[in-house]
Design a protein around this ligand. Structure first.
Ligand code: NAG
Ligand code: NAG
Ligand code: NAG
Length: 415
């Protein structure tokens, strides 16, 4: 109990300090900041800026969440017929679809995939700034809105997005690319929603986060632990939202990181501290752009779930404590996900220097999934977690494998 009180005081203290520093900073510099133009724009505006035509779609989940989905039906540099099998790409924790375009047309995976003539769809899960709406609930006042963990993303969001795309494009199957938490939510979907795995021709999981006991990043452990401790103490709706876009942490990061020197030193160090060091991989302009879209917001419960997962040997549902677990799951322990229900062919791509999702946990996952075609490690031994969306070298390091499997598993190929 004493430990918990200490934590709460520590977090409150940190919180207040950051607010004061940020307030002072804003007064001093705010007017003088020259923002990276793209960091203030949305997916449609950014892709249009680079000459990519995109579309906005709205998907409503079974439980009423309103999600925004973006589509680039044909890349600017695609000069052939677009493949009929659509491609869905899903973002990582605290990110949004914008993470696939923040590194620009030379490196952003949404551009590379659509330029290679695939019908590219980029989703957003409940709780981030593109999917912060509901048919009945108001995220500003209804705390119920925020009572979801990654379980609901896998059980409701992914199936709704997949059904929408298949219906809209009149396709039977699509190809799925899931980064980090979207690897985990894919496995949750396959475990909990029978039939949905069969709608995916191939699932390419980039640095998938499932069991995470071997996380090396102390910063990630501390942040998620703080959320786990705070979660049961939260009272009003807005406090349930963790690290929103427009919140003071995002605003402060965005403001200070607009200076090239600071972006290259302080802001790069923050990314390094959360993950690991890969010198020069992420360009300064990408750092300036990404801070406009990261952190993108989620629920405290998602963050708390990650903290639980770091300490559990199983890949399991949210742990409410024995009493609530009994009510919800009918047993004291949360239910574990059935990894062997992931019947779709899976390709795992990972990096040796990822301090958030470690190699050991990826190897564990490989042993659990019944239909793994290949586990590939990116050639650069310094390749880390944030390199997937943000590195300027994705075209050489990441895309060839992705392209190889998308091609094999599109329309003409094996279904
Ligand atoms: C993106 O910006 C455009 C232009 O300002 C606007 O029309 C559109 O509604 C925005 N889309 C989203 C999803 O915010
Ligand atoms: C939220 O979703 C509803 C559809 O259920 C829509 O009518 C409304 O305009 C949306 N609100 C915002 C702010 O996008
Ligand atoms: C998955 O494994 C469990 C436990 O070993 C087993 O009971 C179940 O039948 C398996 N399911 C499939 C789809 O193979």
């Amino acid at each position: 109990m004493a430990k918990k009180t200490y934590w709460i005081f520590y977090i409150l203290f940190l919180n207040t300090t950051i607010q004061i520093v940020n307030g002072g900073f804003q007064k001093l510099f705010h007017k003088g900041i020259r923002y990276e133009r793209l960091s203030l724009l949305n997916f449609t505006e950014i892709s249009t800026e680079y000459g990519y035509k995109s579309e906005e779609h709205t998907v409503i989940t079974e439980d009423g969440y309103v999600l925004t989905l973006f589509r680039i039906p044909k890349g600017k540099n695609c000069h052939f017929t677009v493949q009929t099998t659509p491609v869905l790409i899903m973002h990582g924790l605290l990110l949004s679809s914008d993470s696939w375009i923040d590194s620009g047309p030379e490196a952003g995976l949404a551009y590379l995939i659509s330029d290679d003539c695939y019908d590219l769809w980029a989703g957003n899960v409940r709780g981030n700034y593109y999917s912060r709406n509901h048919t009945r609930m108001n995220p500003e006042v209804d705390s119920e809105f925020w009572k979801f963990s990654l379980n609901e993303v896998g059980v409701y969001d992914l199936p709704a997005i997949i059904d929408y795309i298949l219906e809209y494009t009149r396709s039977v199957k699509l190809n799925y690319i899931g980064y980090s938490q979207s690897g985990g939510s894919f496995i949750i979907m396959c475990s909990e929603r029978s039939g949905y795995c069969g709608k995916v021709s191939v699932a390419i999981l980039l640095h998938p986060a499932a069991k995470m006991t071997n996380v090396k990043s102390q910063a990630f452990r501390i942040i998620t632990k703080a959320c786990e401790i705070l979660e049961p103490n939260i009272q009003n709706a807005l406090e349930y939202e963790a690290l929103p876009r427009g919140g003071y942490i995002q605003k402060m990061m965005h403001d200070i990181c607009q200076n090239d020197f600071i972006a290259d030193t302080i802001c790069r160090s923050i990314l390094t501290m959360l993950d690991s060091y890969n010198p020069g991989s992420i360009s300064v302009s990408t750092i300036r752009a990404l801070t406009g879209h990261f952190p993108a917001g989620t629920s405290f419960r998602v963050m708390a779930w990650f903290s639980q997962v770091l300490n559990k040997e199983e890949f399991q549902n949210f742990d409410y404590g024995p009493v609530m677990n009994m009510k919800i799951y009918g047993r004291k322990q949360p239910t574990t996900y059935n990894c062997n229900a992931t019947t779709a062919p899976v390709v795992i791509i990972h990096g040796e220097n990822d301090n958030i999702v470690s190699k050991k946990d990826v190897e564990w996952l490989k042993g659990q999934l019944p239909n793994v075609l290949e586990v590939v490690y990116v050639k650069n031994p310094l390749w880390n977690h944030f390199d997937v969306p943000y590195s300027q070298h994705t075209r050489e390091m990441l895309y060839p494998k992705i392209g190889e499997y998308l091609f094999k598993y599109s329309g003409h190929g094996a279904e």
